[in-house]
Design a protein around this ligand. Structure first.
Ligand SMILES: [Zn+2]
Length: 471
């Protein structure tokens, strides 16, 4: 067992979407006593995150400490200098430095379990279990020999992903819901077992563990958690199962904290949840509204269908983001389309679907002025999400609770907890996601490198000290 006594070690738990129903809007809270105990011994509060409310741009800001215009991940892909969507960040990595690359440079060791975008480049001394295979079909782990070792000990590696175990026929009854929740429970335990195995066999300074399943559960079952959901259902059997899952997640948190002691613990989520009643189909909107304009000459549909990033399409979309060709779509059309998006009304309720269409420049304050493509980022109204559907599919899809996966959708802003017995009583302090990388580095006695722009939040830890307290 490596000697732990001489330095601070940090356990980072990414609790994707928060505890089931704990931090969403108008939710039924499920008890997570271990998580509450962490809050009682440290700082916690809301975590300012970026629009769009997608994981990828916010995780990229978590690692790099800069906003999406600077790390170039505004939806799922990393933008090329032209502003066109390019490869996924897990294939090409993120611009350096990240807090992880800085740790490696300083000789500190990172264990990472199922965290996105973490790849061995620049982290040769790290121990990594990736959240998806690399594009060249390489092993899921670094070092490569770790995968067979883990699989001998713990069974096949199953990186968690969205919609995991959500059946094609949906979750029509309590039995189906229970089976679904049982598979999420397994996913949490699997993640725990891998993290526990690595943390007890390797020397480490920072362990980053992504507990993904809570996100999947809240997407699929938000109508059991949020009384303000129009399809809200009460079912004591499902409620008991959700309570059990929440207890398992809490147990995982507690066990990993016990293993890491007496290190500090950072818990964070890049988003919370709200209801999802309908999904805006962006490609249908563009096919309808953009085709009416002078530049949509019948070729638009074909351009929309050809999604290769190498082509000079007028528009491309990725879920809640639209890329608009600056030369092919003139200013008047851009203004018209923006206004039409903001004027969209749900025919059933009369409610607005889109609060505001932001440009990347307006949101993030900087942009590449030579970029061929401008980014539009949708701030969706409560109850709505957006996807790049087929142009011939409806403009607004109704999401039927129990049948469709999106019963809940991400809402902007997450939460953070920095727990360390040395901090004493609980304090509330809001933070921004870009503050976390400098905070982590400062805690470990490292100066955040340029161009990290967040603030190190724990000034008392600028000089590292060994915690006296204990979990
Ligand atoms: Zn999600």
């Amino acid at each position: 067992m490596p000697d732990r006594s001489q330095r601070n070690r940090l356990l980072i738990l990414a609790l994707n979407g928060g505890g089931a129903g704990m931090w969403g809007e108008a939710q039924k809270a499920l008890p997570m006593p271990a998580l509450h105990a962490l809050m009682q011994r440290g700082i916690s509060g809301s975590l300012g995150t970026y629009l769009p409310t997608l994981d990828a741009p916010n995780w990229a800001s978590f690692y790099t400490g800069v906003n999406p215009a600077k790390h170039h991940v505004q939806a799922f892909t990393r933008l090329r200098p032209s502003g066109r969507p390019g490869p996924m960040p897990h294939q090409v990595g993120l611009p350096l430095p990240t807090f992880a690359s800085q740790l490696a440079q300083a000789g500190r060791r990172l264990i990472s379990v199922f965290a996105p975008f973490i790849a061995p480049q620049g982290l040769a001394n790290g121990v990594i279990v990736r959240d998806r295979p690399s594009s060249d079909g390489g092993p899921l782990t670094h070092p490569a020999g770790l995968q067979p070792q883990l699989e001998r000990e713990l069974g096949l590696l199953h990186p968690p992903h969205s919609m995991q175990s959500f059946p094609a026929q949906g979750l029509p009854d309590a039995g189906a819901v229970n089976a679904f929740l049982a598979s999420q429970e397994q996913s949490l335990r699997h993640t725990h077992d891998i993290a526990a195995y690595l943390m007890t066999r390797f020397d480490w300074d920072v362990s980053l563990v992504h507990l993904y399943a809570m996100d999947t559960v809240q997407h699929a079952l938000w109508h059991y958690l949020d009384p303000s959901h129009p399809g809200f259902r009460q079912d004591p059997v499902v409620e008991a199962s959700l309570g059990r899952l929440s207890a398992v997640a809490d147990d995982v948190v507690q066990n990993l904290v016990n293993l890491a002691q007496p290190a500090a613990v950072l818990v964070f989520s890049t988003h919370t949840f709200g209801p999802c009643v309908k999904v805006l189909n962006i490609e249908r909107f563009l096919a309808e509204r953009a085709a009416r304009s002078a530049f949509g000459n019948g070729g638009l549909m074909r351009r929309l269908m050809r999604r290769s990033s190498g082509e000079n399409m007028s528009f491309m979309s990725e879920h809640k983001v639209i890329y608009v060709h600056s030369a092919k779509v003139n200013e008047a059309d851009r203004q018209r389309l923006t206004a039409e998006l903001e004027d969209l009304r749900d025919p059933d309720s009369g409610a607005a679907v889109v609060n505001k269409v932001w440009t990347g420049v307006d949101l993030y304050g900087s942009a590449n002025s030579d970029a061929v493509y401008q980014t539009w980022i949708l701030d969706l109204a409560r109850g709505y999400s957006a996807r790049s559907g087929a142009p011939e599919s409806p403009l607004l899809w109704s999401m039927t609770p129990g049948k469709d996966y999106l019963s809940g959708t991400h809402r902007q802003n997450g939460f953070w907890i920095w727990s360390d017995p040395a901090l004493g009583a609980s304090q509330v302090q809001p933070a921004r996601i870009i503050d976390l990388a400098p905070t982590i580095l400062s805690y470990l006695g490292l100066a955040p490198q340029e161009p990290m722009e967040g603030t190190a939040l724990l000034r008392q830890f600028v000089t590292p000290q060994v915690s006296q307290g204990s979990y």
